[in-house]
Each structure stands twice: as structure tokens, then as C-alpha cells.
Design a protein around this ligand. Structure first.
Ligand code: NDP
Length: 502
């Protein structure tokens, strides 16, 4: 991804040593950042390792107190942080504020729940091992490398960072080359809130090579969020050293509108879910399957609402520009493909694409083979497809290799249809609600990746379970010694038959 961010080269040896992040609305430079080399990344990981040991030694309560200080500082600096996010991504002030509210809620949840989820707890030893006590404890991994995208430059990586730190790890974070300032802001505020642990959360900036170096720098886990092709590269690099990975990739999420849906609510949700943040949302709505019985009404409502929305650079615009210039070509290619294959635009069309802005585009009658249906568009577009009923909608929704999230609108069958969807998260009669509930795990299946951020699973993702047993007293029958007689094993087998054979 080095082609679009402006670079500044060191004069001596032609090596690029720093780069600029730009405001996509104006092209103005927001800030300059170093291009960290593999040696820089290794040094950061080394520093993090010492910091990790000190952080782990604080225990849950000590860590929670420091996370609370960080959370409060982020709240105090919310306006400053919001404008930095808007400057680096171009997103509207309200989209950035919404993102930050979620960041803070998740940070709170992770800090508060780490002890309950990961702390030592007793486990029943079972009938055969009644003379032992058994316990499990989730220990920190050490140093976690986090690689993040630009579309939610705070919320997305913090889904890993907050949970990894709460679980007792140090973090080295490589933000997207489009949003390095947001990454640095996060690390700076952490250091301000907890100065004696400044090395616990470090940021390394640069391009894809810096991210690749992080995969090879000896971290204990890599948490990657980004596109599926890069996810595969990250996994391949991590395989060289058997470094475990968490892979959160793209999606092509579908919204199903059943014939018993509240059509008005479904239309409003489809418009917001497809267009907010300029459609640059991994789990945003890209496809809609609407039951024939309510399709006309639904399409009319969506058309009416989406036609009113215009992107802009002003802070109160409903949504901003496309952050990554290269993405405009993808949006254009998908819309063109849909139209070439017989699709119709009921809102906007190719004319809506005026870089860096793309106005809403709503397409109907698009064949399922079109790239507008099969690939992630990441723009303010919706493809609406009429289906006989919600079941056909679910079948088509499940046909892709992506499987991140989804939504269902139905008064009577919501949860039943949700369970039939092949994806990691579903909202019934809402869109994206799952992302805003910190206790729920977030992640996908298939090409959308594996592993989970958020919730209890998100905490355990950054910890290693250790099982411990302790002998409480000698058992009358102990088959796990050569001192056992054949009678002992016979008794154990008889007991097994009695307990489990009926
Ligand atoms: P990319 O895959 O292009 O980049 C993601 C990150 O990986 C960036 O920091 C990038 O650095 C870095 N990177 C690039 N090449 C390598 C490499 N070889 N080794 C290691 N790291 C590398 O994604 P985008 O930034 O364009 O983000 C958009 C994508 O993210 C969409 O597909 C979206 O769906 C997905 N996403 C998924 C989410 C989820 O939770 N499932 C949430 C949010 C977004 P650089 O930018 O410097 O090239």
C-alpha cells in the first residue's frame, strides 16, 4: 500500500525514512511519521518484553486502575481525538465521535472483566479424580503485535489492544499508513496515564514492510485486522516462526428483510448500515435480500432516504470522503460491472463517483455473479435483491466465502433466521448492534478470518490457559501407578460402566 501515501526520502541513501499522513478531504499534510525498519521493530518488541513482565506483575487490580486512568484521559481528550480521526480519515465528526464512544466502552469492559474471565478459578475434578483439586488460570502471552486498518483507526485496533493490555500483555501496534497519527495518539495517551509503563504500548509506523517485520519480530501473537489478501500474507509470515495469529478480515455482509418485517425500520437501517462512514465498514451492509411481498415498499423507502444524503468535508456532513484513494477504483469497477450485467441504479450511478467523494449508489436487479455482489466494495453502495422469501435470502447471503456479520429484519422469525446465517455475528431488527456490545465476541468465518476480539473470547484470545491439579488425599483406587493391582483397574472400569454406561 505504499503507492498512495506521500513519501519523503532521506537524501543520503535514497531510503525512505519518513512519510506523511494526509487529510483526504483537502490533501493537506496532517503529520509526518517515521518509517520504522525491521531493526526498529525488533527493538520495540525487546523493550515491550521488559514492560510486559512489569505489567503482568501488577495483577488484575493494578492493571485495572491504570486502564481506568487511560480511559478517563481519553474521555477528557475526546474532542482532540475526534478531530485527529476526522483529519486522517476524512470521516464526519459524528462518525468519529461514535467510534470513540465505542472505544471507551470497550476499554471499560475489558478492564473491568479481565479478572473475572481470566483469573484463577476452580474446576470440578469429576468422579474419577475426586481426590484432586483442579483449577485454571489464563496467563498473559507476553508481547502482542497488533496490525490495524484505517477505516476505524481507533475502534478496530483497540478491539485487540484494550483486550490484550487488560489480559496483561504488552502491545506493539502498527497502524495503517493512512492513520499513523491515531495510533500514536493512543500510545501517547496510554503513556501519559501510566508513565511508569510507557513501553507497554508502543507504536511503529511505516508501510506494509513494517507490518511484515512485526510478524517476524518474535512477538507472542499477531492480531491482524485488514483485508483478506493481506491477512493471508500475515499468516504466511507468522507461520515461519509458529507465531499464533488472530485474523479479522473483510466482509460482504447481508441484511435480510422478511415479509413480516417492520419495513420502515429495515429501510432506515439499510441506509445507515450501508452508507455511514462512507460504507467503509467491515461489517457494514453491502447486500440486501428483500422478500418480494415487501420489496417495492422497501426499495421506495431506501431510494427516498438515500437520495437525500450527500457526502462532504464539513464536520457536520452526513458522511465524508473515501479515505484511501485506490478504493475509488474498486467502487467504480463494482458499480460498472453491476450495470454492465443488467443492474439498475435507483439512486446515483457512476456519476456519483467524484473523488474523493462518492455519493450514495443503490443498485437493483444485479446478478449474483457481479463483483458488486461477490466482493467487498467498501463504498456507500447497496445492492438490493428481491427474493421469494427470507429463506432464499439467507441461502444467497450464505453463498459467499465471506462470513463476517449480518442482519435480519423480521417480527416473528428473527432469531430463527439469524441462526441459519453463516457468519460470526447477527443483529435482529437492527444493524451492527453486535459491534457495540462489549460483552459479545466479534469476528467472522471463512474469508472473513478467525479468532475473536471483544467479550470473554476476546480476552482469552490474548491469554494462555494453564491447568493445575493438586492431590488432596490418596485415593483408594489409583490406576495411574504401576503399584495398581489388576483389581484396581477392574474396579475403575466397573465404576465407569456404572456411571456412564446407562
Ligand atoms: P490492508 O489489508 O491493506 O492493511 C491492513 C494493515 O496491514 C495495514 O496496517 C497495512 O499497512 C498492513 N500490511 C500491509 N501489508 C502487510 C504485510 N505484508 N504484512 C503485515 N502487515 C501488512 O487493509 P486496509 O488498511 O485497507 O483496511 C481495510 C480492510 O480491513 C477491509 O477489507 C475491511 O473489511 C477490513 N477490516 C476488517 C475488520 C474486522 O474486524 N473484520 C474491521 C475493520 C476493517 P499499510 O497500511 O501501511 O500498508
Amino acid at each position: 500500500m505504499t503507492q498512495t501515501a506521500p513519501a519523503e526520502s532521506a537524501e543520503a541513501d535514497g531510503e525512505q525514512t519518513r512519510f506523511a499522513s494526509l487529510d483526504p478531504r483537502t490533501g493537506e499534510v496532517v503529520g509526518h511519521h517515521p518509517v520504522h525498519t525491521a531493526a526498529d521493530v525488533e527493538a520495540a518488541v525487546l523493550r515491550a518484553r521488559t514492560a510486559a513482565a512489569e505489567w503482568a506483575a501488577l495483577g488484575f487490580d493494578g492493571r485495572r486502575a491504570r486502564i481506568t486512568e487511560w480511559r478517563k484521559l481519553l474521555v477528557r481528550k475526546l474532542d482532540e481525538f475526534q478531530s485527529l480521526i476526522s483529519n486522517e480519515t476524512g470521516k464526519s465528526a459524528d462518525d468519529a465521535r461514535t467510534e470513540l464512544a465505542l472505544v471507551i466502552d470497550h476499554l471499560h469492559w475489558a478492564g473491568k472483566n479481565a479478572s473475572r474471565v481470566l483469573g484463577k478459578r476452580r474446576v470440578s475434578p469429576g468422579m474419577l479424580m475426586y481426590n484432586h483439586s483442579a483449577s485454571i488460570e489464563y496467563k498473559p502471552l507476553g508481547v502482542v503485535g497488533v496490525i490495524g486498518p484505517w477505516n476505524y483507526p481507533a475502534f478496530t485496533p483497540m478491539g485487540s489492544i484494550a483486550y490484550a493490555i487488560a489480559a496483561g500483555n504488552a502491545v506493539v501496534f502498527k497502524p495503517s499508513e493512512y492513520t499513523p497519527g491515531v495510533g500514536e495518539f493512543l500510545a501517547r495517551t496510554f503513556a501519559e496515564a501510566s508513565p511508569e509503563h510507557a513501553a507497554l504500548f508502543q507504536v511503529v509506523t511505516g508501510f506494509g514492510e513494517t507490518g511484515a517485520a512485526l510478524c517476524r519480530a518474535g512477538v507472542d501473537k499477531v492480531a491482524f485486522t485488514g483485508s483478506t489478501p493481506t491477512g493471508k500474507r500475515v499468516m504466511a509470515a507468522c507461520a515461519e516462526t509458529l507465531t499464533p495469529v488472530l485474523v479479522e478480515c473483510g466482509g460482504k455482509d447481508a441484511l435480510i428483510v422478511a415479509d413480516d418485517a417492520d419495513v420502515k425500520a429495515a429501510a432506515a437501517a439499510a441506509v445507515w448500515g450501508g452508507i455511514f462512514n462512507s460504507g467503509q465498514t467491515c461489517a457494514g451492509v453491502e447486500r440486501v435480500y428483500v422478500a418480494e411481498a415487501v420489496a417495492d415498499q422497501f426499495i421506495e423507502l431506501v431510494t427516498k432516504q438515500a437520495s437525500k444524503l450527500r457526502p462532504g468535508g464539513e464536520p457536520n456532513a452526513p458522511f465524508g470522503p473515501i479515505t484511501m484513494p485506490r478504493q475509488v477504483e474498486v467502487i467504480q469497477a463494482h458499480v460498472r460491472d453491476a450495470l454492465d450485467r443488467g443492474g439498475r441504479a435507483v439512486v446515483g450511478g457512476l456519476d456519483s463517483i467524484r473523488p474523493p467523494y462518492v455519493a450514495p449508489i443503490v443498485l437493483v436487479d444485479v446478478p449474483e455473479e457481479s463483483t458488486a455482489v461477490t466482493e467487498e466494495t467498501f463504498g456507500p453502495t447497496l445492492v438490493i435483491t428481491r427474493v421469494a422469501d427470507a429463506d432464499e435470502g439467507v441461502r444467497l447471503a450464505n453463498a459467499l466465502r465471506y462470513g463476517l456479520g449480518g442482519s435480519v429484519f423480521s417480527r416473528g422469525r428473527g432469531e430463527e433466521l439469524a441462526r441459519k446465517m453463516r457468519c460470526g455475528m447477527v443483529s435482529v431488527n437492527a444493524v451492527l448492534a453486535f459491534a457495540a456490545i462489549p460483552g459479545l465476541p466479534f469476528g467472522g468465518v471463512g474469508d472473513s478470518g478467525f479468532g475473536r476480539i471483544h467479550g470473554e473470547d476476546g480476552l482469552r484470545e490474548f491469554a494462555s490457559p494453564q491447568s493445575v491439579t493438586r492431590l488432596r488425599f490418596r485415593a483408594m483406587l489409583n490406576p495411574m501407578t504401576y503399584e495398581r493391582g489388576s483389581r484396581t483397574v477392574r474396579h475403575v472400569v466397573r465404576l465407569t460402566r456404572m456411571l456412564y454406561g446407562r
